[in-house]
Design a protein around this ligand. Sequence first.
Ligand code: G6P
Length: 614
Amino acid sequence: MCGIVAYNGTKNALPVIIKGLKRLEYRGYDSAGLVLQSGEDELKIYKKKGKVAELEKLIQEDSLVGSMGIGHTRWATHGKPNDVNAHPHISGNRRLSLVHNGIIENYASLKLALEKLGHQFESDTDTEVLIHLIEEIQGRDNLSLIEAVRIALAKVVGAYAIVVMDLEEPDVLVAARKSSPLVIGIGENEFIVASDSTPIIEYTKKVVYLKDDQLAVITKSNLQLISMENQKMPLSIQEIEMELDRIEKGGYDYFMMKEIHEQPVTVRDSMLGRVNAREGWARLGGLNDHINRLINANRITLVGCGTSWHSALIGEYLIEKLARIPVEVEYASEFRYRNPVINEGDIVMAISQSGETADTMAALKSAKDMGAFTYGIVNVVGSSIARLADAGSYIHAGPEIGVASTKAFTGQVSILTILALQLAHRKGTISESRFRELLLAFEQIPSKIQTVLDTVGEKIKYIAKELKDANNALYLGRGKSFPVALEGALKLKEISYIHAEGYPAAEMKHGPIALIDENMPIILIATNQDAYEKIVSNVQEVKARGGVVIAIVAEGEKTITEIADYAIHIPETESIFSPLLSVIPLQLLSYYIAVLRGCDVDQPRNLAKSVTVE
Ligand code: G6P
């Protein structure tokens, strides 16, 4: 992991690669590197622990020019983040160079075999083993680069997206993928290869998404795809819709803040053509041909990781409440390894912003193998999960660059809400008049998110100052506010490094209450109309033990507002839609705390946006 950019064309490759690596910074990384084919007879490799800016400084001392090159941002898996382990890696004969995302699972046995043949390794990485393997195979029969790569990859177990260069073939880039994304942008006499389309869109909108077990041979004037069996394959060229301003900060200090503020628009976009209160319908296009399957399902299983798992928990609440279909929510990583009982015709839905998360992908694959009908709720168009699932819905939130997910979360919840409404309507588990009432309320959510953004900022900034030195925080909520508590806690720990836990409010007395004193802030999501008195009791229990309470409540609420130290008021809505509003102050709170603590909000330490390894 984590980001690849390669260029073959008529421009100087260096600025294209550097800019591309910066575009990929959001994916999370700890070191960066690049090599250009500069016409000299030796490779000049630049690698540096830290940010791309550090790498840039290193290169500035040299004047590096070349019209082909490969670059990489690394998120350490095998071996510490340091200059040596950074990519590109080179062959022993210093002829080949390689960047790689993914994990070569059988690298240890390959390394042993190569060492017996005299290969020596400089780094601790699995990637270096792969380039030595390619070198070994190439050397034995004096093969072309593409042949050597193809034969080497057949010996590899694991996941990879790679780009390789050979000093002896100065116009050829070879790329290949298995379970790790790679996109090839097709410009005027130039090709840009990258882990996602963000480094590509300012040069071209025409792309080819490399498929698993495909290799690409890229010269300045031609792109050829071949299979692992050496068969030529047709190009399927697609047009990307993304505009450049979607991946720039647009006046905000951080992408996360921009994305928090985009939510009135992104949630509205997720509803476009899918909800119409006036005409009285809610429908996901991807579901049209499969609706009966879902209505008659014995159960629906939702899988995801991180924030996507939290939106799945809200989905469970919505689908069970409205459509009365049993739902199970599983961490994708647990689902895939615990031999789950999946029968022919079961429904398994994967929720993923990136559409590339390795665990979610593998969970979906195994569900499919067991005969389940699979559905993807995904943000990134054309991503692996989107392509693997039998059907699916995009959330249309646009690129999410901040590592901590915000607009993708509300987009996912919005899609799950439409799904629940559609199922309930078709199944008849809610009356026509109630259905229409809910649609009306749902359509107002984007403008209510805007109201939250317009009204709570100053108060939250103030509370952030009070909380910035806390070491711990407890988030409490009941029912559909419990996943919101989990999400609020995750946001805080991800970007401010404060330890935070989310708990169902009633569980507090079974353990967490022991932690409560004046140093433990409690963030309570109390917008629920149901179990209201019980929540009031929870607040009193906390106050009796000296805890500081920050409560998210509906406008007009009085009781908790009086007892709590701080109350944040959000607009009234139908109770089941409240997570879409109550999560917004929590996103802002974690943002302001992280800024006050001097944290790198968009690229928190150790985290990656797209976790393409297990
Ligand atoms: C990483 C990210 C999280 C994200 C999770 C799942 O851990 O840092 O923000 O929620 O992956 O990602 P996905 O793309 O599958 O939603």
